[in-house]
Design a binder for this molecule. Structure first.
Ligand SMILES: [Zn+2]
Length: 125
């Protein structure tokens, strides 16, 4: 299994926009990869946002081999994972993004499945 080390810039911008659209609720989706680069969001149709539940919906999503991990937003300025986030990360994929308010280049972080900070380079495909 290749652990992704890059993310496509337009996808990252899409994450910022989706997070803004969901504010003050959480946005959550799965990440799909192509080789070593995260290139796609997997959205669950009909998801109803609430302040707490974005991640729980993801448990119900179909999983395939190209699922790299997850992304969710924090309506607060904290990009750090909660204990619930870390236990979720451990169940699903190698890379997890938290995009905190105000949802821009400086307010997101990537983590591994243990909840440790990890590097994700932003690339143009
Ligand atoms: Zn969280």
């Amino acid at each position: 299994m290749v652990v992704p080390t890059k993310i496509d810039r337009p996808l990252l911008e899409m994450i910022f926009e989706a997070s803004k659209d969901s504010h003050p609720y959480e946005f959550g989706a799965l990440l799909r990869k192509d080789g070593d680069t995260i290139t796609e969001l997997l959205l669950l149709p009909g998801t109803v946002s609430s302040t707490q539940s974005a991640l729980f919906k993801l448990y119900m999503m179909p999983i395939d081999h190209d699922v790299a991990g997850s992304v969710h937003s924090h309506p607060s300025p904290s990009p750090y994972p909660s204990n619930a986030d870390i236990s979720f990360f451990g169940n699903l994929g190698d890379v997890h993004i938290i995009c905190a308010s105000p949802y821009n280049e400086r307010s997101w972080r990537a983590y591994n499945r243990k909840g440790e900070s990890t590097r994700l380079d932003v690339v143009e495909l």
